[in-house]
Design a protein around this ligand. Sequence first.
Ligand code: HEC
Ligand code: HEC
Ligand code: HEC
Ligand code: HEC
Length: 738
Amino acid sequence: VRVLIASCLLALLAGCDHPSSDAGRGDPGAAPRSAPRQGTLQIVSLNRLQGLGDPIPCQPGDIGVLPAAAELRDRLAATGDTALLVAIGDACNRSHKPLHGKPAETANLARCEVELDALAACRPDAYVPGHADLATGFDALLARCEKRGLPVLLSNIAAPAHAGIRPWIVVQAGTLKIGLLGIIAARVGDPKEPEVEAGQKPEPMEVSYPGASMLPVDETVTRLVGELRGAQGVDLVVLLSSLSQKANSHLADIKGLDVVIGSADVGFEADRIVLDQVTAFMSAAPAGREVGHTTIAIRNGNMQMADMSPTHALVEQIATVEERMAEYSQRFGTDDPATLSRLVAPGAEQGFLNMVALLAENKEFLKVHESWKDSYIDHRPAELEPVDPGHPALAIMAGQGAAIEAALAAASFRPLVVPEGTPLIPKPEDCRACHAAQYDFWAATPHSRAFEDLRGEQQIHDVSCLECHAAGFEKPNGWSDPRFDGPFGGVTCFQCHDVYAPHSVSARQVVDPQFVHADSEQMDCTACHIPRRDPEFDKDVSLPAVTCPPMRADEPALLLARQGVLDALAARGAKGVTDPRDDYLQGRALVGLGSFEQGYAVLERYAKANPEDTHLRVETAQLFDRTGNSKGALQLLRDYLQTHAGEPVSNLAYITMLLQARDVAVRDPQLALSQITFLLPKDALESRKIALDFRVLQVDAYFAAGQPDKGLALINELARDHSGDPRLRQRIARYLGQ
Ligand code: HEC
Ligand code: HEC
Ligand code: HEC
Ligand code: HEC
């Protein structure tokens, strides 16, 4: 389900309201013009490539974006347009935060150098490094760029020792002259908000590089725009920026700046242009997920450019909404919007009618655009084509593994230093004794091979692979030296369950869920299954393939482990040593051993003795439900809510239980509904995120209580603001079969 965005009618840029003669104080050099300004500039932009230029090994068949972007530039140039390839922001490195220790940094640097070589082989027209790139060594990085002929464009860094740094680049397109500037954040700290107001968190840090000074962004851009439009006689100024979208917007106040390409914002994708006053902003998703393709076409001296970007997104949006409308018409047997609004969205009729009106407006809008022949600006994700396997950049990048091996083989690193302290990251073998069935299941999934697969690619020491392909890398008390050969395995139990080593060795922790966390709902698969690595990933679809078999109540190993806990508690008790949590552990062990009545009684007593502990209450209730005591579970939560009526965590558990209790007899969707209604209007819930947790359950409650109309209307309402929320998508699939 896509949500319509209201689009304004043909929006115009007015790049022409500052003729170059105005800006040009002392402007003797500008040539007089005769022919009308006319030309087409194509810019292919890599936004914060972060070392991901190569075809990524996780997706055999993937196109390497860097060489593919270079070939696109060449194809565009072959049509006679002026075509540029620009790399904006960090092209080789991902974070300016140092990795743990020298070997990891060395591996990273070796990889980075290969990426720069590959970039140079693609002959970009401008490279605007970001702070993470510069943090690999300011002088060394710039020297490497100079050696490789990489044109570094950094308008707001003054570094006298590096004459190769350009404050601007001027290009010609037809009879047009275009100036390019390249801007880096003046401060770092939070790369997303490099320009946050002082006093706000997190505090941005001034950056400094030896022999260089950072120039203030706004002043520098103002000055250089004046120079470009003046002495240089340019018609259009394009800024290549790795600032946040918010910081870029500040620049809209600067007269004479026409176009800003690039942003540090992850969510700013290449399907739209944002107009702010007379400046147009656009970007492309970073990390190789998208390559931006901008076209600036000026016809007959008309510098007012129509924004063509809606034509890309609108086609799909219109199709989606039309499809939905057709479905409604078919289901309800009418085309009449007013009637449909009452049937489809009772209580939200106006919203439905607005959607219908917007659809008509958008279709009109699209027609106007498609007939446009005059000056325009357009921006979209580039359509890349597979490159010749012999492309020089590909050949260079294939040497990454070898370059890392060579760097790590340097004599100065030997011998290996064994990490100090007790590792907290468990090995899967540590779990096998008690969870044999789960171990065997896991061992047959690709996750168990994740580390060995790096060996196949000869990238076993590449730190940029280890974060997803090896357990515990760069984790506190984990593993930080890539020269160790994958000490904790591939994608192991730890990554999904968040279970630390003590759970498998200490009697106390064997039954203490403090160390046994993360149910499937909480597992963060998308930390690794990111779109770039796994574009089709859908957690709901993939989950069954990795869901270990449940523990069996009668498994001897588990019974023994629980008995061991009881024995240990008894032994400690005999010595007079007690711990406040002993009752809790005893209760859990008893329940696990099948002494339910006894166990529940201990746990109930313990919960009541800790009347303020929300998590304990919820945990205990969930254990009750899981082990067949749903009634007791509801009672525990109800008692708690007597004194904590608006508390969100326990309410969420309570309402979830009313809808999904294992014992179907205690479910009560009607009560769940009234509890949600009681909570929501009173603003008892602090944040919108929490409110959404309840709204999604409200959908379930409506359907379970036999009120599907209200459920449907609520889905429509929620989809307007939260169409991407996975829980909502799940409900849409469940109730609308889409
Ligand atoms: C952000 C997480 C992430 C990083 C970083 C990462 N991978 Fe992967 N990798 C994945 C995921 C997820 C898959 C599974 C993709 C799928 O099957 O669709 C995968 C799959 C693979 C595969 C199996 C492909 C096949 O044949 O099916 C190989 C080989 C691989 N990665 C190598 C690497 C190498 C080499 C690196 C470092 C250069 C790396 N990966 C970095 C997440 C990552
Ligand atoms: C000495 C035996 C033992 C070992 C070794 C062990 N576990 Fe457990 N594990 C248990 C017991 C017993 C339970 C059930 C706890 C309870 O009943 O409260 C359990 C529960 C779990 C649960 C489910 C928790 C829940 O609340 O649903 C997970 C997940 C788990 N263990 C993962 C692991 C992992 C990962 C390892 C390896 C690091 C491991 N276990 C090692 C005994 C063990
Ligand atoms: C890719 C993620 C993933 C990995 C890796 C993984 N598991 Fe699981 N495991 C799951 C999921 C999902 C469930 C179902 C839990 C749920 O529904 O809350 C599960 C269930 C379990 C359970 C049963 C819990 C219960 O309540 O009955 C145990 C025990 C367990 N896993 C142990 C392990 C062990 C031991 C390993 C490593 C050898 C491991 N898991 C690796 C995803 C994973
Ligand atoms: C620590 C990183 C990491 C996490 C967390 C993770 N995965 Fe994976 N996953 C990988 C890697 C890496 C591979 C590829 C392994 C290989 O083939 O070398 C993979 C492969 C898979 C595969 C097989 C290939 C495919 O895409 O069809 C499935 C299914 C899968 N993961 C599902 C999940 C699910 C579901 C979760 C969350 C419960 C999850 N993974 C969590 C890294 C991860």
